[in-house]
Design a protein around this ligand. Sequence first.
Ligand code: FES
Ligand code: MG
Length: 605
Amino acid sequence: HPSPDYDLSTPIDPNAVGLRQKLPGYGDAHFSLFMRKLFIKALGYSEDALSRPIVGVVNTYSSFNPCHSNVPQLIDAVKRGVQLSGGLAIDFPTISLHESFSSPTSMYLRNLMSMDTEEMIQAQPVDAVVLIGGCDKTTPAQLMGGISANKPIIHLVTGPMMPGSYQGVRIGACTDCRNNWAKFRAGALDIEDISALNEELAPTGGTCGVMGTASTMACILVALGMMPINGATAPAVSSARLRIAEATGTHAVQLAKTQLRPQTLLTRKSFLNAIIVLQAIGGSTNAIVHLMAIANRHPAIAGTINLDTIDEFGRTTPLLVDLKPSGDNYMTDFHNAGGMLALLHELKPLLHLSALTVTGRTLGEELVFTPFRPLPPSPTPIIRPFASPLYPSSSLIVLRGNLAPRGAVMKASASKYTHLLQHRGPAVVFTSPSDMASRIDSPSLDVTPSSVLILQSIGPVGNPGMPEAGLIPIPRKLAAQGVQDMLRVSDGRMSGTAGGTIILHISPESADPDSNLGIVRDGDIVAVDASNRTLTLDVSDEEVCRRKAQRKESQAGTGTGPWEARRGVRGYRGLYMREVNSAEEGADFGFLTAVGPAGRDTVSD
Ligand code: FES
Ligand code: MG
């Protein structure tokens, strides 16, 4: 019988659900719907299928992305969950970013992925969306785009990889990639060892198996309420992961009906829970940049969550999860110890339990609702009891001072030589990653274990994408003497899987003509005092002003330096360089934030 969709006397509601929503502008809504239906029927859908709530499933599979290798199976399981619950699941692609296959950096492409995600959610007639992703920049990009699109969303992560083994020792990407490479550089491993390790460091698909950025963001999604509590830790290759996917499909159909949207679900309390979890897991420093970008996408949150909030809530939050790089274990251990459910029970006194979650229940209700049986006590628990933490508080700290007036970040709990947390030493300055690469291993480099290694020009504009070059290698001549950690300072990032006494994300970045990081010279005394949260360049104000003026003069009108040159850069790179905001704001594009471009340091014509 005839479809009521073509009844010309009944106007089509532009705010309707399913196929009727967001019709393309042919000027004739009935014709637009007629066209939409005839095309999608080419894929074999029936009128009955097309009358159901539509759950979009974002497909971020790519043969360049081993962290997403299980996405096809996850899509199948999500679709099963959607269809068992009476919805229609339709998957669609967005770009796929892997850390090692996203030159110059995956961070450079994070904002592009967020735009892709936002616009495809907006463009297509979906009532709710399952965001499948996992690798470091994917989940933040998806949440940033999802908040901006503000249709109901739920996250499904691909899950961590399993650990591997070499010579009877468990290993896993990518803390052990870095540790073993450092040993190889120092001559403690030979080329046969390093070749064999290369075969075993990522023994299955899935995200890095330590508390790197991917795992951190998965735990943060739970804390924010954007993913069910059991969603963060199940291994990528487990059947549990597929059952989580099926349940996610079920939740998504409910979301399609309730229309609970991220801008409603997420409140300041959700973000405070995320920060508490970030500190308790000793999470990745990258997650701080992502959290700022995510918060600044939300019109009611933007500007109310900042670096100081991270530091403030760190002071009362102990580090409880004993995972590399801050501790010793792997994500599978965290999962087997009860995962986020057990951690949230331990953190209950600190959490804001009235915050809403994607199931429609509050976090507190979820903790009551989800069956929980604590593990028997153990002398070496993976999740430490609140009373005997791995690190008492402030695993991630925020430093300020004349070297970082708008802030810098350090994972204090990952320091190998804790005396470096209160340290003064002479700077050894590298002006760029290539300068560093050419001199760091030189036998004539004037460096001692108490030197402070400074790397300039790796900030968001200075080296578009803000590379993970902040883990400055220990100069080979010192590494060969057994030196494993030094104080290292930059405006860049480091991998969440890395450790050491490393200060990152200095703002303003060194490429900024007003930056003090940009005028540090060899031999200047740099002082860090982690307990007082200060990072100081021991150079007089007059000398700082003199050097800055000199620097501006030498660059003025020459079009040199990224700050000047960005006006003339074409394509996405030009867009990135002109629009990216600073690390402490999230390194997002200003025009994508809830605040918009107003009030920013925009490049005038
Ligand atoms: Fe994808 Fe580590 S490279 S999570
Ligand atoms: Mg990473």
